[in-house]
Design a protein around this ligand. Structure first.
Ligand code: B12
Ligand code: SF4
Length: 398
């Protein structure tokens, strides 16, 4: 939202409310209320919209869920944005001033990311040393069946001019920056140039990457030199059949060990993105995955229960097979609920396996084993493990 605010024409005052950090002021004087949300928060967003609409305020919605399910979202808002808002946001606001706006704003093609403004830092809610969030690219050239990125961004990777990204990177006072790119290794040549450009600012950063990152020495070298401390790596599964079944066969499981080792050898920690519940996953997958992660000395991991988000090829396939168990979007949280019928186990077994994975991964013996084996960035990875473990135990015992 601070980024969208930066694209708002002069003459408008923008207030940014982040519900993670503060309560909504329901009496606020506003002409337009804009709401962004992921699928699990859809009903909550609709409730907010209804309360503001009751007061006669124009409610505008955009973001992943709106783009994936515009017919549904359109019933709850005066205006919806399908896809990216660059250029259209300004157009809507101008029309609003003139009193003649449309119900739907939709791009006809993926917008260029040249000359986009920097996000408005005065609207960020975190003002400590971790407050640097930025993106260099948008989209991903791959089309994994379970991922919403291809659908959201017209299957097109776009890159910001490197000088513009470097200037925004340098503009943060904080030392730690997150690149919220969907896949920072989507264009390896661009990434290397970017890393060279940001090296002089001597900050630390992390981002998300596909397996390709770990196969390219120059990429890792340039990343490490520019201050990369950790890569979130989309490993997803240690079952090759599962990877092939969701159009992610480029993840060659037999290479995982070597790739992780390779990344570690450049002093970069690995956070593994793991998903349980693919069609070839049997109940053994949980223990085998944990054995693998511990043996490979992966510093951190994020476990997800496979979730067929609406609008994705995975959702369409499961719907055609009659396997969607719930359309309650609150349950599309990938952490607490199973919303489809898994093939090789029951939904209960999947949930129990997911819980086992978290319990085991964030147990003291596992933390000790993983971190002592490959002590990359221990000062960074140990606090993260403790924080993730604490958060897991808090949610598990709620
Ligand atoms: C950062 C992030 C998070 C952060 C959010 C931090 C924060 N406070 O913002 C955290 C880690 C908390 C998070 C959590 C989750 N996330 Co997330 N996250 C992202 C990520 C990587 C970047 C989001 C972002 O800032 N993008 C940059 C902005 C500029 O892009 P944008 O949102 O698309 O916005 C553009 C348009 O959509 C439009 N727009 C968006 N909103 C609005 C609103 C208005 C009013 C208008 C006019 C226009 C507009 O304008 C923008 C400019 O063009 C995205 C991937 C992505 N590329 O978006 C995944 C993503 C959005 N997340 C995803 C998922 C699955 C989740 C989780 C479910 C994961 C989990 N298992 O817990 C949770 C759900 C949280 C919840 N309760 O809702 C999915 C979305 C799936 C879905 N259907 O909703 C994505 C797409 C990742 C993926 N590969 O599939 N996430
Ligand atoms: S590589 Fe990652 S970001 Fe790209 S489509 Fe696959 S899961 Fe999504």
């Amino acid at each position: 939202m601070p980024y969208l605010a930066a694209q708002t024409p002069p003459g408008w005052d923008v207030i940014h409310v982040d519900e993670e950090a503060e309560e909504i002021n329901w009496d606020i004087e506003a002409d337009v209320v804009g709401i962004t949300f992921h699928t699990p928060s859809a009903y909550h967003a609709y409730e907010i919209a209804a309360r503001f609409k009751l007061r006669g305020i124009c409610v505008v919605m955009g973001g992943p869920h709106v783009t994936l399910l515009p017919e549904e979202a359109g019933q709850h808002a005066d205006v919806i944005f399908i896809g990216e808002a660059e250029g259209l946001w300004e157009e809507f606001l101008k029309s609003f001033e003139e009193g003649s706006y449309q119900h739907i704003y939709q791009q006809t093609s993926a917008p260029s990311l040249e000359n986009i403004p920097m996000a408005r830092k005065d609207l960020f809610h975190r003002h400590d040393h971790t407050n640097g969030v930025i993106f260099a690219t948008r989209g991903c050239p791959h089309e994994c069946d379970f991922c919403t990125i291809a659908v959201m961004y017209c299957r097109k990777l776009r890159k910001r001019p490197i000088a513009e990204v470097a200037a925004e990177y340098a503009s943060f006072n904080g030392k730690i920056i997150i690149f919220w790119d969907d896949n920072i290794s989507a264009d390896l040549k661009y990434a290397k140039e970017l890393f060279h450009a940001i090296t002089p600012f001597r900050k630390w950063w992390s981002s998300q990457a596909s397996i390709h990152a770990g196969r390219d020495d120059e990429f890792l070298e340039a990343a490490a030199q520019s201050g990369c401390k950790q890569l979130f790596l989309g490993l997803e599964s240690i079952s090759q059949q599962s990877m092939a079944g969701v159009n992610k066969g480029f993840n060659r499981v037999e290479d995982y060990f070597q790739i992780i080792e390779h990344i570690h050898s450049h002093g970069i920690a690995v956070q593994a993105g793991i998903v349980f519940g693919f069609d070839h996953d049997t109940p053994e997958i949980f223990k085998n995955t944990l054995d693998f992660l511990e043996e490979a000395g992966v510093q951190n991991a994020t476990f997800n229960i496979l979730t067929p988000f609406p609008g994705t090829p995975l959702f369409r396939r499961m719907e055609a097979e009659g396997r969607i168990l719930s359309r309650d979007w609150r349950k599309y949280n990938s952490r607490r609920d199973v919303v489809y019928q898994p093939k090789q186990m029951s939904a209960e077994e999947l949930l129990a396996g997911f819980q086992y994975a978290n319990e085991r991964f964030y147990s003291s013996p596992s933390i000790a084993k993983r971190l002592s084996q490959s002590p990359v960035q221990l000062w960074w990875t140990l606090p993260l493990n403790l924080a993730y473990g604490y958060r897991w135990r808090k949610t598990a015992h709620k």
